[in-house]
Design a protein around this ligand. Sequence first.
Ligand code: ZN
Length: 319
Amino acid sequence: MHRRGFLGAGVTGGMFAGSAAAASQAPRQWGAEQGQPFLERNQSGKPHQGKMLAVIQPHNDDVPLFAAGTVLKLIDEGYEGILIRATNDDHAGSGATPAEVIANNEDDNFDIARRMGLKQVFDLGYQNHRLDDAHPIELRARLIFIFRVMKVNTVVCYDPWGHYEENPDHYFIASAVEAACWMSGGRWDFPEHRAAGIAPHGVSEKYYFARGPQLVNRVVDISAYVDKKVDVNIANDTQGPAGVNGSRLRRRLAEQGKKLPVLGDDDDTANRQYIKEFVLENDRELGREFGVEYAEKFHYIGPETSKLDDYITRNAVSV
Ligand SMILES: [Zn+2]
């Protein structure tokens, strides 16, 4: 489930410091110029109106755990959104047979999308824990098609450069997404799409999350959305780790003549409190570090800016 991982921009800067060779190949700055992650706060109005967000996860529980607060915030700030799930989750969760496990997870996934305010679900249907058996170019091509058709501006996905990730599904989908983001804008990639009226459309913003250490340059304040993040995680019951485990724990303790006061006195309170106290503990600790109640962390990559365009804007004169 959760693992702490915070490879700060300052750490990377230190790794490169003091080397003339490294200085000539200075790493590109991705918004952490001061060595501290940028704290993304709530924005008033609908600044993202007209933009499309693709929320991408290999399994039901990934985005609910690591990024649902940010997804809820971005949708509230004007994005439309879709959910892409890479696998069918056939190796995760409850059911009498694998077919039941698939069906149960599918139901949960639709509910998760609805609770995050996402308007459409694309289930790619690869087998759980076997995404590395998929052909990488097929996977990339399917993502490019969706990015173009849905005119995706921004993705939320696993970090393709996160460290110590043991689940191949996580890093395979992440690296396919990273490549698809820029290739979807290429005029010579998949020219047959044009015949179907589908034009190239590049993806310019990325929020990458990770289970382990990653280069974090953005922390998002999700305090205003944490209760809705709890709702999203309650929907993820087939494989957990949230779902309705709080009420199960409360009943198990009651059979032993015990109770945890933090879980309250009814099932609904127990479910919500279990998630808020234990499942989202890392979000709370991260928030404390940044002076907010709850937070999520990302490696964020923003739109490319052209120095030539900037120069033209500042210096061009009428003739
Ligand atoms: Zn996963």
